[in-house]
Design a protein around this ligand. Structure first.
Ligand SMILES: [Zn+2]
Length: 57
């Protein structure tokens, strides 16, 4: 598996880097922790698993 087959996910509101996922993963309106009020990362809807996800607070 190629390590470069990932894409960076940024918060759609503030542009903050959230993490990296498989390149074919679709994420709808990703939000960082501070932009998503009730749910930290649950607001991120994915159709595949997250390979690497890091909060960079
Ligand atoms: Zn944000």
């Amino acid at each position: 598996m190629n390590i470069y087959d990932t894409k960076q996910i940024k918060c759609y509101r503030c542009g903050k880097f959230i993490g990296e996922v498989d390149y074919d993963v679709e994420i709808i309106c990703p939000k960082c922790g501070s932009c998503s009020d009730p749910f930290p990362l649950d607001a991120i809807i994915i159709t595949n698993k997250i390979m690497k996800s890091r909060e960079t607070n």
